[in-house]
Ligand binder design. Structure first.
Ligand code: SPV
Ligand code: MG
Length: 564
C-alpha cells in the first residue's frame, strides 16, 4: 500500500486553528475541498457544466463538483479549445457556485495564458467562492487531451511560474491549486511525468493530477507508487473506466474526477427526446418518461421564493368592490331615454355605463354591482353583477344602494351610473385615506360647465382647494347639498365615493336606520352623507379639477360627445 502520510499531514494542517477559514463557524468551500483532498480516504467529485447540473451533482450526494472545461464548452456548443473565453467560463461558474453549497474544483485549462492570466483567474475564482483550480502543463489555446497525439507541453519553469503566480494570488488561504501533468498523455514517459510533478509540487501546487488516456490504470498506479504520497493525487479515469474503484483506493489516490458523464447523459437524453417528439409529433409518449415541470420548479427552489415573497412583498392590494347606481330613467333627456335608461345612452359608439365600467376595470376594480331599474333588460353588460330596484320610479339613490347592500362589505366604491372620469381620478381616490371619501370638483364654477339652471350637489369643506402640490390629503367635509350658497361652496360632488371597510359598515348601518325611520325610500347620497356626518363619521373630500363629466340633460350629453 502506498504511503498516505502526506494526506494525513496535510489534513492536520488544514484543521489547524487560524489557518484559512478555520475560525468561521462554517468552513469555506475551499477549506472543505482542501480537507477532502487531504483526508486519508478516496474522494469523488462529479462533473457539472451549469447551475442545473451542479445542483443535480450536489443532490446526488457528491461532496464536490468538477467544473469540466470540455463539458462547459460543449454545453455552450463550442469546442474544448478555449473557444469559450475565460470570463464566459467564469459566468458559468458563478451560476454553479450560487446554485450549490458544495466546493467546486474548476478545470482552468492552461490558465488561459501565462502567469499573469493565472493571477487574474485565481483572483476572480476566489471572489466567486470557487474552491480550487486545476491547470494543465500545456499551451494556450489548449486542445482536449483525448484529441491527437504528442501535444506540446509547457516549459517546466514557465509552468512553475504559472503555479507560483496562482498561489500568490489566492485570497482564501485554503484555495486549492492542482497541477495537471500531461507528460503521460503526450508520450513523454513516466520519468518526465514524475520530474514535472515534483517541480510543480515545489512550486506550490497543492496536489497533482496525473492524466492518462490508457484503457487501464497501470501507468496511474505506477505513478502513484513512485510518487509515494508526496502530495495528493487526482485522477480522471474517463478512458480506464473499467478499472474497479478499489484499485484507485489501494493505489492511494486522493480524488477521482468523474469528468464528463452528466454532459454525456444529457446529450443522450436530449437526443432521444427530441427525436421522439420529432417523429411522434406528440408529447403523449414521452411525458411520463422525463422530469416533470414540478421537478424543475423544485430543483431551482421555487418554494423558497414563495416563502420569501410572503416575507418581503407587500401584501397584494385587495381591489375594492364597486356599486354603480344606474336605475334612473333620466327623463330630462327626453326621447333619448324613452326606451333605455340614461346610463345606456350611446356616447360616441359606446353606452355611457360601458365606458364607466372600463375605467373601473382599468383601475383594477373588477367586482362591480350595477343597480338597474328603468328598462333593466337593456342594461346588459358582461362581467358585472346586476341587482334591480324595481321601485326605481318612486324611490331614490339610497333605496337603490340598499338593493346592493351585500356589496357594502370591505372597501367599496359607490358611483353614479351617468358619470365618466379620467382613470387617474379613481387611482387617486383608491389611494386616499379616510373612511368615507367623496370626490368633488373644485372648478365647479367654470364657464360653460353646466346648463345655467342646473342644480348641483355642492360641498363645503374645512378648507378650500389650494392647488398646492403639497399633499394635505382629503379635506374634511362640512356640508353637502344643493343649497349651499356660492361663496361657501368649495366644489361639486361628482357622484363618486370610496368607503373603507369601516365606512362600508357605517353606511350599511345608516341605511338600515333610514329604512327603520322611513327616510330611505327617497333619500339621495348627499342626505346619506349628511346623516353620517351627524353621527360623527368622518367624511372627507378629494378635490379634483375637471377631467370628469356627468350626463343629466341635453347640454351635458352634447358636452360628453364633444369631449370623448
Ligand atoms: C475536462 O473535463 O475538461 C478535462 C478532463 O479536462 S479531460 O477531458 O479528461 O481531459
Ligand atoms: Mg478540460
Amino acid at each position: 500500500m502506498t504511503d498516505r502520510g502526506s494526506k494525513r499531514t496535510a489534513t492536520a494542517r488544514a484543521q489547524r486553528p487560524g489557518l484559512g477559514h478555520a475560525h468561521e463557524a462554517e468552513p469555506s468551500k475551499a477549506a472543505r475541498l482542501r480537507a477532502e483532498l487531504f483526508a486519508p480516504r478516496l474522494s469523488f467529485i462529479m462533473e457539472a457544466h451549469n447551475g442545473l447540473s451542479a445542483k443535480i451533482v450536489e443532490e446526488a450526494g457528491f461532496m464536490g463538483i468538477w467544473a469540466s472545461g470540455l463539458s462547459m464548452s460543449a454545453a455552450l456548443g463550442v469546442r474544448d479549445s478555449n473557444e469559450a473565453s475565460w470570463t464566459q467560463v467564469l459566468d458559468q461558474l458563478e451560476f454553479m457556485s450560487d446554485a450549490t453549497t458544495v466546493p467546486i474544483l474548476v478545470d482552468g485549462d492552461t490558465g488561459y495564458g501565462n502567469f499573469n492570466n493565472v493571477r487574474r483567474l485565481v483572483k476572480k475564482l476566489c471572489q466567486r467562492h470557487i474552491a480550487g483550480v486545476c491547470i494543465e502543463d500545456k499551451l494556450f489555446p489548449k486542445t482536449n487531451s483525448f484529441i491527437g497525439e504528442a501535444q506540446p507541453l509547457a516549459d517546466i519553469d514557465e509552468f512553475c511560474g504559472r503555479i507560483k503566480a496562482g498561489k500568490d494570488s489566492q485570497s482564501d488561504d485554503d484555495f486549492v491549486l492542482v497541477a495537471r501533468v500531461e507528460a503521460l498523455i503526450s508520450g513523454w514517459g513516466m520519468d518526465e511525468a514524475l520530474r514535472r510533478a515534483e517541480a510543480y509540487r515545489q512550486a506550490g501546487a497543492d496536489a497533482v493530477l496525473i492524466h492518462s488516456k490508457k484503457s487501464t490504470a497501470d501507468e496511474i498506479v505506477a505513478f502513484s507508487r513512485e510518487w509515494a504520497g508526496r502530495s495528493p493525487i487526482v485522477i480522471v479515469p474517463t478512458m480506464y473506466y473499467r478499472t474497479p474503484t478499489a484499485v484507485f483506493e489501494n493505489a492511494g489516490i486522493g480524488m477521482v474526477i468523474w469528468a464528463n458523464h452528466n454532459l454525456r447523459a444529457a446529450l443522450s437524453a436530449m437526443r432521444a427526446v427530441s427525436g421522439r417528439i420529432m417523429r411522434e409529433q406528440s408529447l403523449a409518449g414521452i411525458e411520463h418518461e422525463i422530469a416533470s415541470v414540478k421537478e424543475v420548479f423544485e430543483l431551482v427552489g421555487q418554494q423558497e421564493l414563495i416563502q420569501a415573497e410572503s416575507r418581503y412583498l407587500a401584501p397584494p392590494r385587495v381591489a375594492p368592490r364597486a356599486v354603480v347606481l344606474a336605475a334612473t330613467q333620466g327623463a330630462k333627456l327626453g326621447p333619448l331615454t324613452a326606451t333605455r335608461p340614461k346610463c345606456m345612452i350611446d356616447v360616441r359608439g359606446q353606452p355611457l355605463l360601458r365606458r364607466l365600467i372600463s375605467t373601473l376595470n382599468e383601475c383594477g376594480v373588477r367586482d362591480i354591482t350595477v343597480v338597474r331599474g328603468f328598462r333593466k333588460e337593456t342594461v346588459d353588460l358582461a362581467n358585472v353583477k346586476a341587482v334591480d330596484n324595481d321601485r326605481h320610479a318612486e324611490t331614490g339613490e339610497v333605496a337603490s344602494l340598499a338593493c346592493a347592500a351585500g356589496a357594502l362589505d370591505g372597501e367599496c366604491l359607490i358611483s353614479y351610473g351617468d358619470i365618466l372620469f379620467r382613470p387617474y381620478i379613481l387611482d387617486d381616490l383608491l389611494s386616499a385615506e379616510g373612511d368615507v371619501v367623496v370626490v368633488a370638483d373644485a372648478r365647479w364654477e367654470s364657464p360653460g360647465h353646466r346648463a345655467p339652471d342646473r342644480a348641483i350637489d355642492r360641498v363645503k369643506c374645512a378648507r378650500p382647494f389650494t392647488g398646492s402640490y403639497l399633499d394635505e390629503g382629503p379635506a374634511p367635509l362640512v356640508a353637502i347639498s344643493t343649497e349651499i350658497p356660492a361663496p361657501e361652496t368649495h366644489g361639486e360632488f361628482i357622484g363618486l365615493i370610496k368607503l373603507s371597510e369601516r365606512g362600508s359598515s357605517e353606511v350599511a348601518a345608516e341605511i338600515a336606520r333610514m329604512h327603520a325611520d322611513g327616510s330611505r325610500e327617497t333619500a339621495d347620497l348627499p342626505e346619506l352623507l349628511t346623516r353620517l356626518m351627524a353621527r360623527g363619521v368622518a367624511v372627507s373630500v378629494l378635490y379634483i379639477t375637471g377631467h370628469w363629466l356627468d350626463v343629466d340633460d341635453a347640454f351635458d350629453l352634447a358636452k360628453a360627445r364633444n369631449l370623448i
